[in-house]
Ligand binder design. Sequence first.
Ligand SMILES: Nc1ncnc2c1ncn2[C@@H]1O[C@H](COP(=O)(O)OP(=O)(O)OP(=O)(O)O)[C@@H](O)[C@H]1O
Ligand SMILES: O=P(O)(O)OC[C@H]1O[C@H](OP(=O)(O)OP(=O)(O)O)[C@H](O)[C@@H]1O
Ligand SMILES: O=C(O)c1cccnc1
Ligand SMILES: [Mg+2]
Length: 556
Amino acid sequence: MNDRELSCSAGGQFMDRGRMNQNGVVQPLLTDLYQITMAYAYWKSDKTDDTAVFDLFFRNNPFHGEFTIFAGLEECLKFLDSFHYSQSDIEYLKQTLPEGIENEFFEYLGNLTARDVTLFAIDEGTVAFPRVPIIKIEGPLIIVQLLETTLLTLVNYASLMATNAARYRMVAGKHVKLLEFGLRRAQGPDGGLSASKYSYTGGFDGTSNVLAGKLFNIPVKGTHAHAYITSFSSIGELKTRLIKHKQTGIMEDLLEHAVRHRQMLSHVLDVSTEESSEGELAAMVSYAIAFPDGFMALVDTYDVKRSGLLNFSAVALALNDLGYHALGIRIDSGDLAYLSCLARETFEKVAERFKVPWFNKLTIVASNDINEDTILSLNEQGHKIDCFGIGTHLVTCQRQPALGCVYKLVEINGQPRIKLSQDVEKVTMPGNKNAYRLYSADGHALIDLLQKVSEPPPAVGQKVLCRHPFQESKRAYVIPSHVESLYKVYWKAGKICQQLPTLEQVREKVQISLKTLRNDHKRTLNPTPYKVAVSDNLYNFIHDLWLQNAPIGELS
Ligand SMILES: Nc1ncnc2c1ncn2[C@@H]1O[C@H](COP(=O)(O)OP(=O)(O)OP(=O)(O)O)[C@@H](O)[C@H]1O
Ligand SMILES: O=P(O)(O)OC[C@H]1O[C@H](OP(=O)(O)OP(=O)(O)O)[C@H](O)[C@@H]1O
Ligand SMILES: O=C(O)c1cccnc1
Ligand SMILES: [Mg+2]
């Protein structure tokens, strides 16, 4: 067994494989069959020495937005680093590919690595735009072709997820905490792990996914489920009521304190103790005994107003008697604007009446099918939510379940290649290109400019003609105050060539990069498209090649 097989069979998908940790599922056979059949056909037609350039880019921003966050680069680099067909991969291919494939091809595959590939990319966590390649990859045609599907699967969902999360962060504002609760609803275990990782990249504060916490060093957070509350039906079921006073260390009866406070609270809050649930009280007392310093309770199991808030406040006051401060509540149904305001009012009343000012600061977590629109609507209505727990809509990217990154051949043996289409949007930008981001004096990104690699980069303070790639009349002169060359060489001669940022640093990069975008590009409703242009030189080059390649029709 080789390293990869060992790491998979050991039960964990992410095992330390020597140099770097990578999901064991990410391996050369995680691809479409046609990459390997093409590899054989290239090999048969003696194309092993051909060199190619491919661009990896998307054509449209997701979620009706005008920006995308690029994520997944580190995983692509790890994939290149470990790219190698194992003996069992080769055996499997021998059995699976059509008969008659020459044995030398399998020997060739067995020796294939990504050593001769060069990968250029924009930094992970940067905002990216349609048609500007986020990755550009050069090298032997066969190997760069073989990388297509795996690189796409590593970038597409990661970028979609990071973008989705960044959008939630934008609408929630920077002071509200965002927790990812989606594992149970994710597209399988791997989707769940990626969702946790890239929602953190995009700006979430933590996840309930424990394995993601361990693997990626993301804060893990959580409350409890309704099952905990409904597992108790009366206080008689409490097997233990005792808890150590935090300061004195003396054991005291938490239930007794809670029942006393509940009685007083029923007058202050105008809720009858008869109406509230005794089982809920018992559950909260027992949870508080287990986590006296981290008491956070679900208050909507029976009725937030008539039961949950009363029982929570009683238990929180009981904990306070014993030197502990509760953390807060979670509301998982009903009108979240109204109920969060009601909860805050309740806490303020209790804070004043019982002289516990910290009650004002209790955390209110809201969950239940929350999406971007719900948060926007809650903001309009006014709410007192401090933290959103978001699952389904976030991790499944329900509003748009896929980002359409593609991988297109743009040059072979130094000759440009163009893919024509009736749909102008789908015509590829031929040739080996560089990408620049031009900034205005106030630090905002103005335009992304693609040029042929042979052209000198745009210079600060000098007028540069920026042209729409396909509409002749759309052009503008730009005088940049700052020019950013977007590509760095990330992989060359079998090595990662940049110091890779930590997940935390990529997460910071997302926020820094988003700040360079004008607000009108970021607004949720009808955002202004960000401009992507080509140099005059590249424009002419594309259109000449287009004419050369487009067949001339005949009318008769
Ligand atoms: N004030 C609000 N404004 C807009 N949307 C809200 C508001 N409060 C809750 N929502 C959303 O409305 C939807 C309510 O869904 P649903 O009717 O399934 O919940 P519920 O009946 O309150 O809860 P459950 O069925 O879990 O008891 C959820 O998506 C929730 O996020
Ligand atoms: O709503 P989401 O954004 O997906 O967030 C996660 C949900 O998962 C949990 O309950 P679950 O949905 O399993 O049960 P419930 O529908 O009864 O609340 C939690 O209470 C949330 O409602
Ligand atoms: O910790 C929580 O509250 C949680 C975790 C996962 C799903 N729903 C809620
Ligand atoms: Mg739910």
